[in-house]
Structure formats: C-alpha cells, structure tokens
Design a protein around this ligand. Structure first.
Ligand code: ARG
Length: 305
C-alpha cells in the first residue's frame, strides 16, 4: 500500500497523513483488496475517478464524516468531483422567511425570492464544506458558477428552474490539475448569466455523462437502497435484474424512481462505470473492498474490466 501510495504524484508527503491513510486502509479491507481497487481507480485520468453527489442533509448532519472520507481519498491521490445541494435546509429557511412553497407537477416553483434565498444558502453551504476540508489539510476549490449552462425548464410554470444544456469542464479540470478537489454547487446559469435552480441529482448525472467517471456516488443517510422486508440491496446487475425488479411489489415510489434514473444514467455511460449509494462514513469500505457496504448498481455483473 505504501508503494501504491507513493507512486501517486504530488500528494502530501507528510508522514502523519500517510500513516493515517495506511491505517484506514488496513482497517477497512485486506491489503489485496485495497491495493487492487486503489490501482483500478488510479488507472484512469484524475477527473475520471468519481462524481460524488452530496445531499443537503449530509452537509448538516454528517459533515465531519463526509470530510474525513473525502480527505482520505485526497490523501491517496484520488480527486473526486463533489456536487452538493441543500434541499432540506432550503425548506426550513423559506419557512422562516415566510415564503409559501409552491409546487407544479410535484416540482418546486422557484420564484425570485426563493432563488435569492437558495443562492445565498448554496454559497454558504459550499464555503462550509470547503473550509472544513481545508481544515483537514485538503486543498479544496469552490466552484459556484460557470460549469452548468441551462435554459429555463418552463418559465411560466416553474420560473427560475433550469434544464441543463451544456457543461463547461474547464474550471473542474483546472482545479484538479492544480491539486484541488472541485466543490460544485448544483446551480446553473443561462447564456445571459441568469442563475437558475437545478436539482443536484440531475446536475451530478449530467456531469457524469460528460466526464464518464468510473464511479457515480450518491451519499445518503440511509446508505443504500432497500428491498424486500426492508433489507439493504447489496448489488444490482441491471442487465439481468431490471425487469424482475420492476415487477416486485416492494419496488415502488422513491426506490423505483431511483433505480429507473440510475438505469437511464448508466445506459449512457461506459460499461466500466457504476453507481454506488452509500453513507459518507462507509465510503472507503464501499470503494476499497469486494463486498462494499452500500448498494452497487452496474449494467453487467463484471466488477472490473
Ligand atoms: N469496491 C468495489 C467497487 O467499488 C466493489 C463494491 C461492492 N459494493 C457493494 N455494495 N456490493 O467497485
């Protein structure tokens, strides 16, 4: 492990960081597993390791765990691209500001006031994440505009809600090339510079489509998808299992929608890409062991190609 670690360029040669990393790795899996996955994840260009979507609740409830998991990846020389939302906090702030939430076809209408509150909140959450990472010795760069280009989804209906039309990778590439983790908010902008609200899951998915990373990770408090009798689903091989899953009585609402969305995403990615749904505290275990800890979703059943 030390050897694999030291072959990565430009990382902290700091003994403590290195020591901590080796300890974590040894406690999480066998040397063989850890080495195997580390070299797999390092085999692609730095920006193609992972896109990690961080839900709003993680930023408030599990910030420390999130940041130490990310610090770990950074210290082994991996550069995940982070996209965050701030959904739950937004609802609370809007309530406090006396803004009545309005919905059309199940989706929030973002009026000017809502957009203003959301923008301010997103920037504050972004800064909080960056500062916590920096305090752990991780170089992190806030990227709060210019990546996601969008058009109004339906101006009459949803007002300041965007539909992503294009992605500008330059700020992400430049951060990684300089040794920083890119920390993105999910807001987009029109060609005229109007900021628009987009769902963070959608933004992370669009980013993955362009970057084609090995992993698309959804960090959630639940730490996976749950199936029959509330058991955690360890892995889904879509090619063989999708139709069967869709016919199951427990496969409904959020879980059903999530599986459909992930299938749609993976259908547009190389077969080597997979999705992981995992709790932030168990990210290392998911990534660096054979059995993982959350739910792994891929098209076929081959782990690595
Ligand atoms: N570490 C491997 C990977 O990230 C395997 C993970 C298996 N995970 C699971 N939930 N079954 O590809």
């Amino acid at each position: 492990i030390a050897a694999a670690y030291s072959t990565r360029p430009g990382r902290a040669n700091n003994y403590d960081a290195r020591h901590a990393v080796i300890q974590v790795l040894n406690s999480v899996g066998s040397k063989r597993e850890v080495q195997q996955y580390l070299s797999h994840f390092s085999s692609v260009s730095s920006k193609q390791f992972a896109v990690i979507k961080v839900g709003g609740a993680i930023l408030t409830e599990h910030l420390e765990e999130l940041c130490s998991s990310l610090a770990f990846l950074y210290h082994v020389g991996l550069y995940p691209i982070i996209v965050h939302g701030a959904g739950p906090q937004l609802n609370k702030l809007l309530e406090e500001a006396g803004v009545e939430p309005q919905f059309e076809e199940g989706q929030r209408v973002t009026d000017g006031k809502t957009l203003g509150v959301a923008r301010k909140l997103f920037l504050a959450e972004n800064l909080k994440l960056v500062r916590t990472l920096e305090s752990m010795g991780v170089r992190a760069r806030p990227i709060t505009s210019s990546v996601f280009m969008a058009d109004y989804k339906d101006k009459e209906k949803w007002k300041f809600v965007g539909k992503i039309t294009d992605i500008n990778k330059a700020p992400i590439e430049s951060a990684i090339e300089s040794g920083y983790l890119p920390i993105l908010t999910s807001m987009a902008e029109t060609t005229e510079g109007q900021v628009l609200n987009v769902n963070a899951d959608v933004a992370a998915g669009e980013l993955a489509r362009v970057l084609e990373p090995l992993k698309v990770v959804y960090l959630s408090e639940k730490g996976g998808l749950f199936g029959e009798e509330g058991n955690k689903i360890s892995a889904i091989n879509l090619d063989e299992e999708f139709d069967h899953l869709m016919s199951q009585s427990w496969c409904k609402f959020g879980t059903r929608l999530k599986i459909k969305e992930i299938k749609e995403l993976l259908d547009n990615l190389p077969r080597t890409s997979s999705v992981a749904i995992i709790h932030p505290a168990e990210l290392q275990k998911e990534l660096f062991t054979d059995s993982g800890a959350g739910t792994l979703i891929r098209r076929g059943n081959k782990l690595m190609t």
